[in-house]
Ligand binder design. Structure first.
Ligand SMILES: Cc1ncc(COP(=O)(O)O)c(C=O)c1O
Length: 407
């Protein structure tokens, strides 16, 4: 199928299907374009593939920040063991699902007093990002008369090679520097907190299995060095995740096999003998949902300008910032893109697909080979299930918000 990545093979009379529904029918069902559609079957299959590759005792947590759509979250709640949240609203949505509060973890710097209070009251695991936050959660616990369930987020002394985004190693706003952890653990004795364990999240969007394996080993070794100083048995070790997905033809999909084998070895050699009470949690966002979502827009204009053809759609970076290359990417590369109602047509022209915003940054596809595109056609952008709408400046230029649908 022209332009579609592997996994998106469903089609009906030349149209892409999402969840078995042809896109034109889906567009009518959601009230027009632009819209995001997430395929629940692809999400379930992806979680199944991760489960199949990993040792059974590794728990899987979904990072809600990747895609917080409530219906998707509810679906995910039935597939994974826990939910990782980063704000009070994400936490509320997570607590609305069947996932028990004790399996919800709340990470992120700068938690407000209201967020800490809500998290302690709910009984979620608060992942403490600084020494001041440790003191603040103690006060919150005292005020509520409840021992806060806590874990220390550690800023490790190593970095993860190959991460598209680094969140650990060197100076960071995330986590407590590893060299400070022994002193913080000492301060927890008698602090009235329900200490659970540790969290290390050092990087994301990594396509290199060898780097992920190395980071997981370094993480476990780091945590083992703290275990004796902990105020109680370590019951929770969140080893982060960082599994990446391919966004362009140059990217190779992540190979889960070596990661599963590495984790099995770590469990046998280091974890079970030394941390017998610990639940090991892998925390994934984009890997579980990123490839299960599409962003669909409609062509409203096409124009020639000095030898170049522009296809103008009714969406743009205000809904799908990442596809424009402005979500922290160093090098801009096209996300996979296709004409959703002409998926069987041969590619015959090279065009640039642009959004409807008044900025040259609103470039969704630069010089893409596509079938002949006409006004009214539907353009689909793949890999839109994670950090799509949730990571986009929706208020910019005051266009209406797009619909989101789980099918
Ligand atoms: C603490 C934490 N957990 C999980 C994630 C999710 O990362 P990804 O969606 O790349 O799996 C992030 C991403 O920044 C994070 O900061």
């Amino acid at each position: 199928m022209t332009g579609a990545p592997a996994g998106w093979c469903g089609r009906h009379h030349g149209q892409l299907t999402v969840g078995g529904i042809p896109v034109q029918r889906l567009a009518a069902r959601v009230g027009g374009t632009p819209f995001f559609a997430y395929d629940r079957e692809l999400v379930s299959r992806r979680v199944g593939a991760v489960r199949a590759a990993l040792p059974a005792e590794i728990e899987l947590s979904y990072a809600v920040k990747a895609n917080p759509m409530p219906a998707l979250l509810h679906h995910m709640s039935g597939l994974v063991d826990g939910l990782d949240v980063a704000s009070a609203l994400e936490m509320r949505h997570a607590l609305d699902t069947p996932t028990p509060a004790c399996k919800v973890s709340f990470a992120g710097p700068g938690k407000t007093a209201d967020e800490l209070s809500a998290a302690v009251a709910a009984g979620v695991t608060v992942e403490l990002e600084s020494e001041r936050e440790v003191a603040r959660v103690r006060s919150t616990s005292e005020a509520l008369g409840l021992p806060a369930r806590v874990a220390l987020r550690v800023n490790p002394d190593f970095t993860v090679r190959g991460s598209g985004m680094r969140l650990g190693g060197g100076p960071q706003q995330f986590g407590i520097d590893s060299e400070r952890i022994p002193a913080v653990l000492a301060s927890l004795a008698g602090a009235g907190l329900d200490f659970q364990g540790f969290h290390v999240f050092a990087g994301s969007q990594n396509l290199r299995a060898d780097s992920i394996c190395e980071a997981q080993r370094s993480t476990i070794e780091l945590i083992l060095g703290f275990a004796d100083a902990a105020p109680g048995p370590v019951r929770y070790v969140n080893i982060g995740g960082g599994f990446g997905i391919p966004y362009s033809g140059k990217d190779q999909p992540l190979d889960l096999g070596p990661i599963g084998e590495n984790l099995a070895k770590l469990l046998d050699v280091l974890i079970r003998p030394n941390l017998p009470a610990a639940t090991i949690v892998l925390e994934l966002g984009r890997y579980l949902v990123g490839e299960a979502g599409v962003y669909i827009t409609r062509v409203v204009d096409r124009k020639e300008s000095r030898g170049k053809t522009f296809v103008v759609v009714d969406g743009g970076l205000h809904h799908q910032l990442a596809a424009s290359g402005n979500f922290g990417q160093v090098i801009r590369r096209n996300y996979p893109i296709a004409v959703a109602n002409r998926v069987d047509d041969p590619t015959v022209e090279t065009v640039s697909v642009v959004g409807c915003l008044c900025t040259p940054l609103d470039l969704l596809g630069a010089d893409v080979a596509l079938p002949a595109v006409a006004v009214g056609d539907l353009i689909v952008m793949f890999q839109a299930g994670a950090y799509g709408l949730t990571a986009s400046p929706t208020a910019f230029l005051s266009h209406p918000a797009p619909a989101e649908v789980l099918v």
